[in-house]
Write a protein that binds this ligand. Structure first.
Ligand code: R5P
Length: 348
């Protein structure tokens, strides 16, 4: 059946195309296309975020049952029809990391064999993102392995947020979209007094990314020269490039893992005469001694997003913590992918 133009009263997710007998891509006009009915499923890693995304889209999460057997095997049963559907699977990377990866792959596989038309893996925090290059002999590049596994399981597309390095997108043999939390973080900081502020990148790798954030806020950029001598995860800030004396700093980075980078950066900035130290990061990994280090860093604001669930015990003791929701951004990106519309426009 040739693609047919739908009326202007079309709204995403409200029309069951199977009733009309469509399985092809449908031309929606205005550059938009849509395939089958949209469905959103979630693994068990971050139900709160998945629920928020589904609520923003205006539909319930798909019905699925997860069973864990005594031998630690995982069984997934899709509890509704997904034939010819445009399915989105939400699963973030957080402890237990390996179990969550396995659960996601099994869920995607089950959806594929239940005849979903297209499956998009929605990964708010991409698993093994820091394992992205061969900078030593004979080491694993697990971010690339993750891309292979997702495709092998049956993912047709990937949607993720703020990758540790942009080259990860090149690991995929399927379309992969990256969105950034920059717009919501900028909106947050704009509501505070940033008249005498400077954005600070924690290392050369973060400079481009932090530069975009600084530009969005109309602020100058400074850069820390950070070194790691080995895999002990202990970072050392060795130099500062840029003018920060008497200013308020907003340290901007993709993630906080052990908190070492932020602790070192805050210490150095104060030595260089910074008044207030705020932090804006996307992924609150908060592993190892992060909580102690972040509290010791005595930050004036610690602004993170909810791409990773923060255990109540950690959130309760962290000083000046603010968690921004990414649910609306992911919801909008899913609607755009479903409707065949541009994702990069969201970052304008
Ligand atoms: C490193 O390259 C990243 O951009 C982050 O700075 C890093 O992951 C933070 O790790 P940690 O909190 O353990 O210093």
């Amino acid at each position: 059946m040739p693609p047919r133009r739908l009326g202007s009263n079309w709204r995403p997710g409200r029309l069951n195309l199977r009733w009309l007998g469509y399985t092809d891509r449908i031309n929606l006009g205005g550059g938009g296309f849509m395939i089958g009915e949209m469905k959103v499923f979630s693994g068990t890693s971050h139900q709160a975020l998945a629920g928020g995304i589904a609520a923003h889209i205006g539909m319930p999460l798909g019905k699925v049952k997860f069973t864990r057997f005594s031998n630690e095997n995982i069984k997934v049963k899709i509890d509704e029809n997904v034939r010819e559907a445009d399915v989105f699977v939400i699963q973030t990377s957080c402890p237990p990391v390996s179990d969550n990866i396995m659960e996601m792959l099994i869920l995607i596989d089950a959806l594929k064999y239940a005849s979903a038309a297209r499956i998009t893996a929605v990964l708010p925090y991409y698993p093994y993102a820091r394992s992205d290059k061969k900078d030593e002999a004979r080491i694993s590049i697990t971010a690339r392995l993750m891309a292979d596994l997702l495709k092998m399981a049956g993912a047709d597309r990937v949607l993720t947020m703020t990758l540790h390095a942009p080259q990860i997108l090149g690991f995929f043999h399927i379309p992969a979209d990256q969105i950034f939390a920059t717009p919501i973080q900028a909106q947050h900081f704009r509501r505070t007094d940033i008249s005498n502020s400077v954005v600070v990148a924690t290392d050369a790798g973060a400079a481009k990314f932090a530069g975009h954030f600084a530009k969005r806020l109309g602020l100058p950029l400074a850069l820390i020269d950070k070194r790691r001598s080995d895999d002990s995860e202990k970072a050392q800030s060795v130099a500062l490039i840029g003018d920060v004396q008497g200013m308020d700093a907003i340290i901007y980075d993709d993630e906080i893992a052990t908190g070492g980078s932020i602790f070192e950066a805050a210490k150095m900035l104060r030595q260089f005469g910074v008044r207030k130290v705020s932090v804006g990061v996307t992924h609150a990994v908060f592993s190892g001694a992060a909580i102690e280090r972040l509290n010791e860093a005595d930050l004036d604001a610690l602004v993170v997003t909810d791409t990773i669930p923060i255990p109540e015990a950690k959130a309760a003791v962290l000083k000046n913590l603010k968690v921004l929701s990414t649910a609306a951004m992911f919801g909008d990106a899913i609607l755009r992918i479903h409707g065949g519309r541009s994702i990069s426009e969201m970052m304008d």
